[in-house]
Design a protein around this ligand. Structure first.
Ligand code: UDP
Length: 468
């Protein structure tokens, strides 16, 4: 679907509303930039909220990213009273309640933008937690779009929860259920973390999902070749159109105070010296960390497996020094034998793109998974928090695109022992595995999706067309 010349010249304004967590803000800003690059007469205002008494490192992130983008402006929403003690039942419930209390402020801010802007405001693009703002859009006659930061599988699961009572979901005699578009029954033990918190997280997710169908469209960073079965299953009269616009990957990587140029260069130089596809990269997202005992088991597993590794090691906040948690002599052994490198924050995108990388032990965050598929690196699944168990399940059981270490691991789980890690690493690095072959095929499909004429290329243009 090509935009006509007159459509390309139409000036229009979009308002994005997002929570400040980096995992939400970064993909939303990435998408805003993609839209601006595709449609030069579009301008975007991002309304960013701040949580009370919480420093916001994403502030500086957003300003760095947007410094070179005059068509995107950032407005900070005022900080309001935090939810009452009673409403602090879970982090998700807290955020949802806080966002609800911002509705009048958002309304004022949007009214100001509308009255001072010569261009029509054609849509609100809302982060997952910001669905209460649909009401503001409805009052002001502006349609809302959801920018869903996970995949369509997670979207389908959340919509399916609407048809089940909480008792159904938590009923131990009914541990598996059907989710539209999935070929396997969905096991309750891979539900997102929030859903396991009966009174807080589950209720928040239920209320959020209730609003999805009140939007004019749902934008997802995914691609049709990967999720067509689920997209098809959700293509009905009740569900707004799903725009699969990805993989949208930030190839410049995420700036981080714990990675300076010198550290970055050291990592890349070390990778340059390694043979092709020989290194396993271990990285567990922006929040992933383990306690001392689990860290020791990982170190022992690496030692026993015989693989070379790059390990983004960040231990839990209660441990003051990551390296203190390693078994005695491990660092000396690693350096003497030239068997690995340990870093804190890794330049993940550049690392996955490097030819020395042959496997990725991942917490299965959606961005990490898209990045691994983009560069054709097979994954060993070690989910930890958020909806990572669901993604691990999809990667292993639905798509055969990852090697299973664990699907249902959580922070409260028992230790994964060194022997199991050793075996997982060996399976991951198997040169002839079916998973490796499939990942290569999916890499090609991912690249095709965003090229001229590809499914995501068409979808994002269709979205702009529908918006303006
Ligand atoms: N990331 C990185 N270096 C690290 C850890 C993470 O660059 O040491 C990046 C990674 O490339 C990805 C993002 O941070 O783009 C993490 O997003 P994801 O959805 O995978 O997981 P989350 O951190 O949101 O759980």
């Amino acid at each position: 679907m090509a935009l006509t010349l007159s459509e390309m010249k139409k000036k229009a304004e979009l308002i994005f509303i997002t929570t400040p967590a980096i995992g939400h803000l970064a993909p939303v800003l990435e998408f805003a930039q993609q839209l601006i690059n595709l449609h030069h007469h579009l301008s975007i205002t991002v309304l960013c909220m701040k949580f009370p008494n919480t420093p916001s490192p994403s502030d500086s992130y957003a300003r760095t990213v947007l410094a070179s983008q005059p068509q995107i402006q950032l407005i900070d929403l005022p900080e309001v009273e935090p939810p009452s003690q009673e409403q602090q039942k879970s982090p998700e419930y807290y955020v949802f309640t806080y966002v609800e209390s911002l509705v009048p402020h958002v309304k004022d801010t949007i009214q100001n933008i509308v009255s001072s802007n010569p261009n029509p405001v054609v849509g609100l693009v809302l982060d997952f937690f910001c669905v209460p703002m649909i009401d503001v859009g409805n009052e002001l006659g502006i349609p809302s779009y959801l920018y869903f930061i996970s995949n369509v599988g997670c979207l389908s699961l959340m919509l399916s929860l609407q048809k089940r009572t909480i008792e159904d979901v938590f009923n131990k005699s009914d541990p598996e259920f059907l989710v539209p578009g999935f070929s396997n029954l969905f096991p309750s033990n891979v539900l997102p973390n929030a859903c396991l918190n009966k009174d807080g997280g589950y209720v928040a997710f239920y209320k959020i999902a209730q609003r999805f169908r009140d939007t004019k469209g749902i934008i997802v960073n995914t691609f049709s070749d990967l999720e067509h079965d689920i997209i098809d299953a959700l293509s009905d009269d009740h569900t707004p159109p799903i725009y699969a616009i990805g993989p949208l990957i930030n190839l410049k990587g995420h700036p981080n105070p714990n990675l300076d140029q010198a550290k970055h260069d050291l990592i890349m130089k070390w990778l340059d010296e390694q043979p092709e596809s020989s290194v396993v990269f271990l990285c567990f997202g922006s929040w992933g960390s383990f306690g001392p005992s689990q860290t020791r088991e990982i170190a022992l597993g690496l030692q026993r497996s015989g693989v070379t590794f790059l390990w983004a090691l960040r231990s839990s906040p209660t441990t003051d020094n990551e390296e203190k948690t390693l078994p005695e002599g491990f660092l000396e052994w690693m350096e003497l034998e030239g068997r690995g490198m340990i870093c804190g924050w890794a330049p993940q995108v550049e690392v996955l793109a490097h030819k020395a990388i042959g496997g990725f032990v991942s917490h299965c965050g959606w961005n990490s998974i898209l990045e691994s598929l983009w560069f054709g690196v097979p994954t060993l699944t070690w989910p930890i928090y958020a909806e990572h168990q669901l993604i691990a399940f999809m990667m292993v059981k639905e798509w055969g695109l990852a090697v299973e270490l664990r699907l249902d691991y959580r922070r409260t789980s028992a230790l994964v022992m060194a022997e199991e890690i050793e075996q997982g690493l060996k399976n991951l690095m198997d040169k002839d595995s079916e998973v490796r072959k499939k990942v290569q095929e999916m890499k090609e499909k991912a690249k095709k999706a965003v090229l001229s004429g590809g499914s995501s290329f068409i979808s994002v243009r269709q979205l702009i067309d529908d918006m303006i």
